[in-house]
Design a protein around this ligand. Structure first.
Ligand code: PGA
Length: 251
């Protein structure tokens, strides 16, 4: 059975107190949830406190990024070893904000993936096309290129340590969500590509989550699609009641 996952990506929101109290609220309201695995992704300075708070709960803590190099003169970067030293071993790689604002290209992302694999980390790899590509019917080739240039350079993958997050860039933070059939179509395409590249069993066991303006009102229809295994939630994860409603939409 494929893992079902809902992850809250807080991005650059919430100071220490806000982060701690949001985690408290999510813990309080998610006790007993067994329909999916829950992840929260606070900012770097609060990862350690978050991790400690989530001990003995059903919530896992996810870093929003990691460096492409092991160590050295990289002002502002955070390494796999640093994350490991605070017991964080799950990271988001290739979020579209990293790709566009911070100019992280596929070469950099592949280095991050390779380092994460070396460190036995769990990877949430984000892929997604921009509006121009979708409007010119290039969405499938963009996704294929992003896979070919990154994860498909590996000879083998462990589908229990990889989550693909399909996040159309035009739907992130815009209020415009892909409709359920657009999400299903792309998730199915991605799953097929993994089958061809690796194997049927890897493809069947791969968790592919959707991200991009998921709201409590829209989550169920998207999550009900056969190839959608959960969501990466930005804006709506900042309010615990919305986040929990989204989590409960998974069946
Ligand atoms: P959004 O963000 O839900 O605010 O659109 C999703 C994401 O960027 O992961």
């Amino acid at each position: 059975m494929r893992r079902k996952i809902v992850a809250g990506n807080w991005k650059m929101n919430n100071d220490l107190n806000q982060s701690m109290s949001l985690i408290d609220s999510v813990i309080e309201n998610s006790a007993g949830i067994t329909n999916c695995e829950l992840y929260l992704s606070p900012s770097f300075p609060f990862l350690r406190d978050s991790k400690i708070k989530c001990e003995h709960t059903n919530i896992k803590v996810l870093a929003q990024n990691v460096s492409h190099l092991e160590k050295g003169a990289l002002t502002g970067d955070v390494s796999c070893d640093m994350l490991k030293s605070i017991n964080i071993n799950s990271v988001i790689i290739g979020h579209s904000e990293r790709r566009t604002i911070f100019k992280e290209n596929d070469d950099i992302l592949l280095k991050k993936i390779e380092l994460c694999v070396k460190n036995n980390f769990e990877i949430f790899l984000c892929i997604g096309e921009d509006l121009e590509s979708r409007n010119s019917n290039k969405e499938f080739s963009v996704i294929e290129d992003q896979l070919n240039n990154t994860i498909f350079n590996l000879n083998d993958i462990n589908p229990k340590k990889l989550i693909i997050a399909y996040e159309p860039v035009w739907a992130i933070g815009t209020g415009l969500s892909a409709n359920p059939s657009q999400a299903q179509e792309m998730h199915n395409f991605i799953r097929e590509k993994f089958k061809v590249k690796f194997s049927e069993s890897i493809s069947d066991n791969l968790t592919i989550i959707y991200g991009g303006s998921v709201k409590p009102e829209t989550a169920k229809d998207i999550f009900d699609q056969p190839d959608v295994d959960g969501g990466l939630i930005g804006g709506a994860s900042l309010k615990h009641s919305d986040f929990i409603k989204i989590v409960k939409s998974i069946t």
